[in-house]
Write a protein that binds this ligand. Structure first.
Ligand code: SF4
Ligand code: SF4
Length: 137
């Protein structure tokens, strides 16, 4: 009896090139950008403020997790400025790995669904299967 090896549907790679439209950082729906302690420390270092200040000014607790807050008027991420990320170099993993999330890679339909809000998907550079796995961590 042998092992069945299932080839992922995206084995030939996928195309993505960010158009910097800002959609993935915007409302109007509420969302979550999850942060680890290390990511909070990196943001604090970058902004030259304390971890406590980052927590007070930019974060909220959701259960036992921490998320960035959003602007109250439009639900945009608190760090979105002129369609650009104000903490780009230290943006959380959730942001760095989009669109190569387990959820969007689960099926071809899920990937196509993600194109509805992200014009960068299926455009531009071809990411190999190995590169995608590496990005996903
Ligand atoms: S929605 Fe897609 S194309 Fe637009 S900024 Fe986000 S990742 Fe880039
Ligand atoms: S941290 Fe930056 S990349 Fe992530 S949602 Fe906020 S503005 Fe977008």
């Amino acid at each position: 009896m042998g092992f069945e090896t299932k080839t992922p549907w995206y084995f030939e790679g996928l195309r993505f090139h960010c158009r910097k439209c800002g959609n993935c950082c915007c409302g109007p729906r509420e969302g979550y950008v999850w942060l680890t302690q290390i990511e909070i420390e990196s943001i604090a270092d970058t902004l030259k403020i304390s971890v406590k200040q980052v927590m007070q000014k930019y974060c909220r607790r959701v259960g036992d997790r921490i998320s960035l807050i959003e602007r109250y008027d439009n639900k945009n991420c608190i760090f979105l400025r002129d369609n650009c990320c104000a903490i780009y170099d230290v943006r959380p993993k959730q942001c760095r790995t989009w669109p190569f999330w387990i959820s969007s890679l689960s099926t071809n339909d899920a990937w196509e669904k993600a194109t509805e809000n992200c014009p960068g998907i299926n455009n531009g550079c071809l990411y190999s299967f190995e590169e995608i796995q590496k990005i996903m961590g």
